[in-house]
Design a protein around this ligand. Structure first.
Ligand code: BGC
Length: 341
């Protein structure tokens, strides 16, 4: 291991867009992008220094896994063998457990790839039994930046035994700029006609896939996030805003536009492309202003929106949800692109 937890790396393109991340959790600690007039802002919420990011909220900007999102009661079965993961979120397993990918020191090395202006390769070996998952899993994540303002994340993984996998990135976006207020005025459009409602117990799902039409979850046309976050609706109350997985329309495994987020105040706009079947939209209902973030402002409820490309919550326990199992003769692949337009 040549990389230290506190090591910080920056990707830069010809438009001065900059993505900065730490080896610790692969945490993206800032993304600086221009608006239409060239004014720069840092569009991911978080702390003011890398030192604080090392100690603070374990998920800000982090790579989550092995299984991002929840596995209900931490239980799943592969080939008639039942596994019990650590439960670090009430009775459930969340984002890979107590010591998930987000708290690991990733090995980081620069990478030259034709499609990127700059790129880094992050790698990690998760040993057999890690957080009680079966199999030794070798994970590689490429962070790449292009000159048309794309920040791309490419995941791949191999395992020595059948296991489950579902990594994601947990950056919370605020296109006006971190520390300038909430995302209630941001507009979101999702190419998702369906979503997976959450059950009474936070974040777990009941296995249903429900049309968004006629509900506050309808983002098929661009809509202000505040309209949904402030709606008098049971699902919204359960999620303290949005904390829901949307089923991306179209064919799984093909890179396509899943979401567009825009901020009318700054004019900044971000498109999210993925080959994954789901996207968890989380508006950060648990932030309570007790911590100081960027620009010295308190990190408040709904300050940012995480757009986590993935399979569905608790997929391993619902046969009609996307496959979560990775076998030794397969390679897991997942691409997510955040493009600032
Ligand atoms: C989940 C939330 C959870 C948060 C933790 C999100 O991905 O959907 O329910 O509280 O992560 O940071």
């Amino acid at each position: 291991m040549t990389t230290k937890a506190s090591d910080v790396f920056t990707l830069k393109n010809k438009n001065n867009m900059e993505v900065t991340f730490m080896a610790h959790g692969g945490r993206v600690i800032s993304i600086k992008v221009p608006d239409a007039k060239g004014n720069m802002a840092d569009v991911v919420i978080g702390y003011q220094t890398p030192a604080e990011a090392l100690k603070g909220d374990a998920y800000f900007g982090a790579l989550c896994g092995r299984y991002a999102n929840r596995v209900v009661k931490g239980k799943f079965t592969i080939d008639d063998t039942e596994y019990q993961l650590d439960c670090n979120n009430g009775d459930n397993h969340l984002h890979g457990g107590f010591d998930g990918f987000n708290t690991r020191v990733w090995e980081v090395e620069p990478l030259e790839l034709l499609q990127y202006e700059q790129a880094y390769k992050l790698s990690l070996v998760s040993p057999d039994g890690d957080q009680k998952y079966p199999g030794e899993v070798s994970v590689t994540v490429i962070y790449g930046i292009t000159n048309d303002n794309q920040f791309a994340i490419e995941y791949s993984a191999r395992t020595t035994k059948p296991t489950i996998i579902n990594p994601t990135s947990h950056a919370y976006f605020n296109l006006k700029g971190a520390g300038t207020g909430t995302i209630e005025n941001h507009e979101l459009q999702l190419n998702a006609a369906n979503y997976t409602p959450i059950a009474e117990e936070l974040g777990t799902v009941d296995g249903s896939i429900v049309p968004v039409r006629g509900t506050p979850m309808d983002f098929t046309k661009a809509k202000k996030l505040g309209v949904t976050c402030n709606a008098d609706d049971h699902q919204v109350k359960l999620g303290s805003g949005l904390d829901h997985n949307f089923v991306i329309d179209g064919e799984e495994g093909v890179l396509k536009l899943a979401a567009t987020l825009s901020d009318p105040d700054s004019g900044r706009k971000m498109e999210v492309y993925t080959d994954q079947p789901g996207i968890q939209i989380y508006t950060g209902g648990h932030f309570d202003s007790s911590e100081t973030g960027k620009l010295g402002a308190p990190i408040q409820k709904w300050e940012g929106v995480a757009m986590e490309t993935q399979i569905f919550p608790d997929s391993p326990n619902h046969e009609h949800f996307p496959n979560a199992i990775l076998r030794p003769d397969e390679t897991y692949k997942h691409t997510c692109v955040y493009k600032f337009v």
